[in-house]
Design a protein around this ligand. Structure first.
Ligand SMILES: Cc1cc2nc3c(=O)[nH]c(=O)nc-3n(C[C@H](O)[C@H](O)[C@H](O)COP(=O)(O)OP(=O)(O)OC[C@H]3O[C@@H](n4cnc5c(N)ncnc54)[C@H](O)[C@@H]3O)c2cc1C
Length: 338
């Protein structure tokens, strides 16, 4: 029997640590619970918010609707020659899945070590780090369609993955709830050292022939040294996407700012949003109860007691100053709720 709770604090359910509450709150431990929940038509007509680990959202105010927290567990795998198919429940912690695979030498997601959040949210923004994106290993996911109460399987093509993007953030936004994700991994590692920082740290450790366990450890080490730990200082990782601009616009910026940090992208040039923000003097700045992280201006933090509105307002100021200086419009990566 599903338990719908009322007036539940969300403070411990979002990594920003924003102290707001949900009018209604339900925890889903099994995919069948979703069909049961939506048998009651009242939940079809209220505002809804699906939550995993709450590590990619900014809650601006009390949520006047139903929060559906996904806690569907279980990891299974199947090996076929050198291929491994791993399927995990949407409520599994992403990094537990990474450890499950790395421990067994199932290669493919070691570069995605220590990304906070749930397995179910990983396709939503096609999580990525250190040269790897979810889409590189994604096989399919199963999702519950709220309108029809039916389960549907989405292939990689169906998901229309892009940079921090998928169909679930666009056309199908809020229409489906992901219940499980299947990955296509390999027993033959293809070590990805595209990011210089990984190679550097491996060299510091005198590792010349790295295993996926080495890569996972090194990525975890780099992440811990660079990013604030949400359990001690509230944050949601990178607050903005790295903007992709046209080659022509880039040429103009590079002429004025030769040291601009950039990477080539399929559809133009990708600029390092953290660098742009830092150039506007924001790095480590404290504004009321909020601010930007001292080691990475791309991360907005809650220094304690910040409201969602405060963090949002800081993000708007950052967008304005970056636009004034560089003519580049930053887009928020974090989902703004309310
Ligand atoms: C310190 C830190 C570092 C981070 N580093 C990275 C990084 O390197 N790369 C990266 O890509 N991200 C990073 N992130 C962002 C975040 O970890 C990912 O976006 C993660 O996938 C969010 O998972 P979650 O379960 O917390 O999602 P939530 O914040 O709970 O939800 C995010 C969005 O997905 C929706 N959603 C969640 N679960 C489901 C579901 N089962 N079905 C349908 N919709 C769902 C929500 O409604 C919401 O719109 C970082 C965050 C932090 C705090």
């Amino acid at each position: 029997m599903l338990q719908i709770q009322e007036n539940v604090s969300l403070k411990n359910f979002n990594t920003f640590g924003i102290d707001v509450s949900a009018k209604y709150f339900v925890e889903i431990a099994h995919e069948d619970d979703l069909a049961e929940l939506f048998m009651d038509p009242q939940w079809l007509h209220v505002k809804r918010l699906v939550m995993g680990g709450g590590s990619n959202m900014l809650l601006k105010k009390n949520f006047d609707g139903l929060v559906i927290r996904i806690n569907i567990r279980g990891i299974e795998h199947r090996i076929n020659h050198n291929e491994v198919f791993v399927e995990a429940g949407a409520g599994e912690v992403w990094n537990d899945l990474v450890n499950y695979c790395v421990d067994r030498d199932y290669a493919g997601i070691e570069n995605l070590s220590l990304i906070p959040g749930s397995v179910g949210a990983s396709p939503i923004q096609n999580i990525g780090a250190y040269g790897v994106e979810l889409q590189d290993v994604f096989k399919s996911c199963r999702a519950f369609e709220i309108a029809t109460r039916e389960l549907r399987t989405f292939t990689k093509e169906d998901c229309r993955f892009g940079y921090r993007d998928s169909i679930f953030k666009g056309e199908l936004k809020e229409k489906y709830i992901i219940v499980s994700v299947k990955l296509h991994l390999s027993l033959i590692p293809d070590i990805n050292l595209k990011y210089g920082a990984i190679e550097q740290e491996l060299a510091n450790r005198n590792i010349t022939n790295p295993t996926i366990k080495d890569v996972s450890r090194v990525v975890s080490h780099i992440r811990v040294s660079k990013l604030p730990d949400p359990s001690t200082i509230g944050n949601a990782g990178s607050f903005f996407k790295n903007p992709v601009i046209s080659v022509e616009q880039f040429a103009g910026i590079q002429e004025k700012f030769p040291e601009v940090v950039h990477y080539s992208a399929a559809d133009g040039e990708k600029l390092a949003a953290g660098w742009l923000i830092e150039q506007c003097g924001w790095k480590g700045k404290v504004v009321g109860n909020t601010g930007t992280w001292k080691n990475q201006a791309l991360v907005l933090v809650n220094h304690g007691g910040a409201t969602g509105e405060e963090v949002y307002s800081l993000s708007s100021q950052i967008i304005d100053t970056v636009y004034s200086k560089f003519g580049v419009l930053l887009e928020r990566e974090v989902n703004i709720i309310g």
